[in-house]
Design a protein around this ligand. Structure first.
Ligand SMILES: Nc1ncnc2c1ncn2[C@@H]1O[C@H](COP(=O)(O)OP(=O)(O)OP(=O)(O)O)[C@@H](O)[C@H]1O
Length: 298
């Protein structure tokens, strides 16, 4: 698969603030990448560096295999990293015509892009009459005018109501389904989980996880158990060779296995020790719990 962007060992210091520390990421054509992290974790700085608006301290990045200068490469990139800024007294279509003039593309794509973002029927409305969600959708249409290889979005749903959020997420999925690679920064796990195939989790400028969204969710899971005598249950579990850690929580035990142990195997082991369970469930932490663990514990 073709590499669109390769970031290697990137660092950025703002004076004493280390905003980005040793970040690496390879973006392959056709995937949807999320940079996920709380406020101040270095997401916007990382995007700013690869878009050539923030100078890096050290490390490197290369667009499209490094075969062209950054300013040439950026012509194949569509990016929205600030609040959309259009002329309030011009219509949606007129604003996009202006963008075409600036970018040197012809007007032929305007209808198609307005259609993708669901604004074709509002093309003659003045920008100032648009809701925040519509303004954001117009910005996406504008970024798509030159058919970019990759679309970069920084917090695309910030400040929108639930309906507006849903519309933007659906649009991102549609654009991705047409083969455009997407890189988005978000502090919302839910957003990344719903929209992205790959994720880079950042905290204080450092990578906590990098890989597929599914991979982030593929740990082995844990057991919830209950029996009449919790202490006896705890003692028996402690003898199981694959149970690593046992915690008590609201009258139940939570047992974390080292490797893969299935529920019936564990039940049999306990029955052999005369322990009869009233509750046995194998569970996985939700992605949200894992994300909170990742960002809190390090
Ligand atoms: N121009 C700047 N001058 C000084 N410090 C900066 C500058 N830009 C960013 N920082 C600092 O770098 C760190 C990372 O900020 P950045 O904006 O990249 O984070 P973020 O993850 O995008 O967060 P947010 O979603 O709040 O924008 C923060 O500590 C921030 O205060």
């Amino acid at each position: 698969m073709e590499t669109i962007l390769k970031i290697e060992n990137l660092y950025k210091n703002f004076g004493l603030v280390k905003a980005v520390k040793n970040v690496s990421l390879e973006i392959k054509k056709g995937n949807v990448y999320g940079i996920l992290g709380p406020n101040g974790s270095g997401k916007s700085t990382t995007l700013g560096i690869v878009l050539n608006v923030v100078n890096k301290t050290s490390g490197s990045y290369s667009w499209f295999g490094g075969q062209m200068e950054t300013h040439e490469a950026l012509k194949k990139v569509g990016a929205i990293i600030e609040r959309p800024n259009f002329y309030p007294y011009m219509t949606a279509e007129q604003n996009l015509q202006l963008v075409c003039k600036i970018k040197g593309t012809n007007y032929s794509k305007i209808q198609e892009k307005l259609e993708i973002v669901g604004l074709l029927d509002r093309k003659d409305s003045k920008f100032r009459t648009f809701s925040l969600g519509m303004k954001q959708r117009l910005a996406i249409a504008s970024a798509l005018l030159n058919d970019p290889e990759i679309l970069i979005l920084d917090e695309p749903t910030n400040g929108l109501d639930p309906q507006g959020i849903r519309q933007i997420r659906d649009i991102i999925k549609t654009i991705a389904s047409h083969g455009t690679t997407i890189l988005l920064a978000s502090h919302l796990l839910d957003e990344v989980e719903k929209v992205c195939s790959h994720v880079l989790v950042l905290r204080k400028g450092e990578i906590l996880y990098s890989g597929t969204v599914d991979g982030m969710n593929s740990q082995d899971g844990f057991f919830e158990l209950q029996a009449e005598n919790l202490q006896e249950l705890k003692n028996a579990l402690a003898q199981h060779p694959s149970i690593d850690k046992i915690e008590e929580e609201e009258g139940r035990l939570i047992a974390y296995p080292k490797g893969s142990v299935n529920a019936s195997e564990l039940n049999k082991f306990l029955i052999e020790r005369n322990i009869f369970l009233s509750h046995l469930v194998k569970r996985k932490h939700s992605l949200e719990e894992q994300f909170l663990q990742l960002t809190n514990n390090k």
